[in-house]
Design a protein around this ligand. Sequence first.
Ligand SMILES: Nc1ncnc2c1ncn2[C@@H]1O[C@H](COP(=O)(O)OP(=O)(O)O)[C@@H](O)[C@H]1O
Ligand SMILES: [Mg+2]
Length: 223
Amino acid sequence: MPVISFASCKGGSGKSTSALVLACELAEGADVILIDADPHQPLVAWSTMAPPPARLSVVSSKGEREIQDEIDVAARKAPFVIVDLEGMASQLATFAMSESDLVLVPAQEQHQDAQAAVDTLGAVKRAGRTGRRDIPAAVLLTRTKAAVKSRTARFIAAQLRGIEGVRVMNVELNERDAFSALFSSGGGLRQLDPNEVRGIDKAILNAVAFAREVVALLKEARK
Ligand SMILES: Nc1ncnc2c1ncn2[C@@H]1O[C@H](COP(=O)(O)OP(=O)(O)O)[C@@H](O)[C@H]1O
Ligand SMILES: [Mg+2]
């Protein structure tokens, strides 16, 4: 039932990758519907490259007039619905946010992404106001270095965490070949070929921790 949207008013922040990683991970234990609401349809393209995990289905959104009904229908069918949005502010994004139990805002540890994340959280807040409720939202740091972070990266992360009302997930999605490889091979992390892609194990551990924290955030939001 819970609906999780990935939003950011900036492209390239890691929305589609993070949405896909979460969807595949949750699909290890539950049915998941992934709604591709980006006109470029990256997740629909992914789903045609190799069979997706058995419990994951990808649905193509018909756009802003349909998105709320599409989410509603999916939420009746599956215990988890994940929506991947285009990297810009739009009516479609606002509608999707208004139907969400949690909005995740991916951001790389760069100034432009951090600024876009703050702007996007503002858009989530406005979408909530229209519906007279608070929409839970959190920033997900993406493409972070698993080992040593640069000074800038540390500064940006600390700055984001220091803004009042801004929640940043504890788990970050690290920069890993295994995550970007999903889009060239299709399938989930567990279907990747260890002879071709490095660090699959670490990527899986990262994905598991990410999914756990998302589930915890959903539980917290329900209280
Ligand atoms: N955690 C990650 N590790 C490695 N590459 C990543 C990661 N997240 C995103 N990327 C890469 O960054 C680029 C943009 O990511 P994408 O998920 O398409 O962003 P968005 O959907 O926000 O536009 C893609 O080339 C993708 O492969
Ligand atoms: Mg995308």
